[in-house]
Design a protein around this ligand. Structure first.
Ligand code: FNR
Length: 381
């Protein structure tokens, strides 16, 4: 009978719910699987390369010279074999730590990367908002393509730091620092590895940073590209740590330290912390990989200040290795540009969430519950 057959059929609403549940089940399973997919920053870069115009892609990707140091940075992390513990209680794992007293949800900061609006129109504002949402710090570049007030407004109340190049015109340098202070920067990061900009093979001579994204805080509608006053001052020295601290009233961190003796000099000059960095292989080609330079700097600093590191960090395992060698946090550079180019602010958010997830997993699989428990013995000798 039609009625009976009808009765045997589940009512439409229930069928709909069942379908939705099934769908939801599959959806959840997919979300769970996605969460367990390892990060593939090379794939992200390849996708970014397809979207960016070739000059912009080359600008972000390039290193100086024959790009030996770019490759060495990546390779040096891979060479460090981890020695995880077995049978440790890792039910509760926390990735949180502090940098100069500021809590961050996981030990990865957004490195200063110039002209991020060449990767995506939202540029620095998107990175600021994504870093704030993820619970970490954005170090805004001196070569920001978005005015500092606008970058700060994109993440109200979130802590951020300002990276400084001492420029040939000290007055303009001081003006930019004053703008950063006014916009709420919590520390200055003095880049010490760029007395001048290292030569690169790409992009070619026809490439230039578009005028609209060139130093908006100082340009105020003028074209200051090629203006020598804004070039890095080759006379920048450790004395400038004190100069900047005095100007700003902020702690000064020196970025681009690769030697123990230099790290000591920076501390002597008043630096609050140092960043072991070779500028992502964009300055002296052939310079030591940062994973190889880090132990000497950590030893020289001898616990008197925090030591951070960047260059080629691309996974949770790389972060674990950096922490094991004594870094308090890492910074990541190029991956921000790739995430921006492929997904704007949402892309950067996803990248940071993925890295945070990988760090949590790396800690658990190594048998430790927090960055504080990561010690040198997690690395094989
Ligand atoms: C940089 N970096 C950089 N550093 C700095 O102190 N001021 C700056 O303006 C810039 N600009 C910049 C532009 C681009 C396109 C890149 C790739 C890098 C260096 C950056 O802060 C960081 O040290 C490296 O990017 C870290 O290496 P990875 O993560 O890119 O391998």
């Amino acid at each position: 009978m039609a009625g009976v057959v009808g009765d045997l059929r589940p009512p439409a609403a229930v069928a709909g719910t069942a379908a939705a549940l099934n769908e939801g089940g599959r959806g959840n399973l997919r979300a769970r699987k996605l969460r367990h997919m390892a990060l593939d920053i090379d794939a992200l870069e390849a996708a970014a390369r397809e979207r960016l115009d070739p000059g912009a892609y080359d600008f972000f990707a390039t290193g100086s010279g024959s790009e030996q140091t770019v490759a060495a940075n990546r390779e040096a992390w891979r060479r460090l074999a981890l020695l995880p513990h077995a049978l440790r209680d890792v039910r509760e794992v926390s990735t949180a730590t502090t940098v100069l007293g500021t809590t961050v949800a996981f030990p990865v900061l957004a490195a200063p990367v110039a002209v991020l609006r060449m990767a995506h129109p939202d540029g620095e504002r998107a990175v600021a908002a994504a870093a704030a949402a993820a619970g970490t710090l954005h170090v805004v570049s001196s070569r920001t393509s978005t005015a500092l007030g606008e970058v700060a407004a994109a993440a109200p109340r979130a802590p951020w730091w300002f990276q400084v190049y001492v420029m040939r015109d000290r007055g303009l340098t001081a003006e930019l620092v004053a703008r950063a202070v006014e916009a709420g920067a919590g520390a200055l990061v003095l880049t010490g590895d760029t007395p001048r900009v290292g030569r690169k093979r790409r992009p070619g001579p026809d490439f230039d940073v578009p005028v609209e994204v060139h130093m908006p805080d100082l340009a105020r509608g003028k074209d200051l590209r090629g203006d020598a006053r804004l070039e890095q001052d080759a006379g920048t020295s450790v004395q400038d740590v004190g100069w900047l601290a005095g100007l700003s009233g902020l702690p000064v961190i020196v970025k681009g330290v690769l030697r123990g003796d230099d790290a000591r000099e920076c501390l002597g000059g008043g630096a609050a912390a140092v960043i072991v960095s070779n500028h992502g292989g964009r300055q002296l080609d052939g310079a030591i990989a940062t994973a190889d330079a880090l132990p000497e700097v950590v030893e020289a600093v001898a616990g008197e200040a925090e030591v951070y590191v960047d260059g080629g960090v691309r996974s949770g395992s790389d972060v674990l290795r950096a922490l094991a060698l004594g870094a308090r946090t890492v910074l990541i550079g190029r991956p921000l540009a790739w995430a921006l180019a492929t997904g704007g602010g949402e892309g950067v958010r996803a990248l940071l969430a993925d890295i945070a997830g990988e760090i949590e997993e790396a800690l658990a699989l190594a048998g430790v519950r927090s960055p504080a428990e990561v010690t040198l013995d997690l690395l094989a000798r």
